[in-house]
Design a protein. Sequence first.
Length: 337
Amino acid sequence: YRDTDEVVWALNAPDGKELWSTKLGQANRKMGYAEGPRCTPTVDGSLCFVLGGGGNLACLETASGRLVWQKDLVKEHGAVMMSGWGFSESPLVDGDLVVCTPGGAQGTMLALNKKTGQKLWQSAEIQDKAAYSSIVVASLAGVRQYVQLTDAHVFGADPASGKVLWKAERKGRTAVVPTPIIRGDVVYVTSGYAVGCHAFRISKAGSGLQAEPVYANKEMVNHHGGVVLLGDHLYGYSDGKGWVCQEFQTGTSAWRERSKLGKGAISCADGHLYLRQEDGPGTMVLIEATPRGFVEKGRFDQPDRSDKNSWPHPVIVGGRLYLRDQGVLLCYDVSKG
């Protein structure tokens, strides 16, 4: 947000100078924590796709920021969120499609032509409210599909038609945030507010697909800091337990650590985990991605720290670490060492 406007903007990576800025519309101040939009932009070559907090889906030219098209998901596609913190998913681009999750009676998942914004399908046979998770592409039981987590289910949809291929009941509370994680034919999901984690195995059943529970527990109760899968193990922060390493196949914990760093977000690169504490000094910690334990390699406290929780996840790309804290964007060289 800039004053009363919601904007998309691009920076020059080497020096942080602004390249362009494009106004999408009026800033949505009617949602909780209304400091700004929630999604990360999805860049697909010459096009960039963003979803505003109020449900405004837009396509822009990556190089110039010129607005190509935009759609109001609430007015045009009946979008409904599960709670009041604004639309947050990052749009999925797959071939000629851009896919998102408006939720509501017109259909939970929606696919548009990425170049024109024309509606191609909306999955009306599932009408869950949208949560805060993002769609992922997977091949499960040999069938390519889009997998999403909502307030009430985890499900897979056919990319050509939006038809629901399978769904598993999985009730969330208040805010369902982390994106599904998939390995082989198993779909793993987790969320906070004491719900915990679930794993489902997708298999063929007659002419269709079915979801069978593998495990359900509270080893990983991840609020919004994210979970990553490296090798055979999952890593993330679990409410009440601290930082957790969890076996993907069984759901059991390999280790827990709550004394060395508080609650926060996680990213991974080059066999290491970047952990960011959400409160206090905004401490960053680098650890090895290993089931042997919390093996710390280094840490620092964020400068120019705001007085609010920092929820954006760390981003590591091209040997650089990016951290955002409200109106401050920090860039670190992490290519050495």
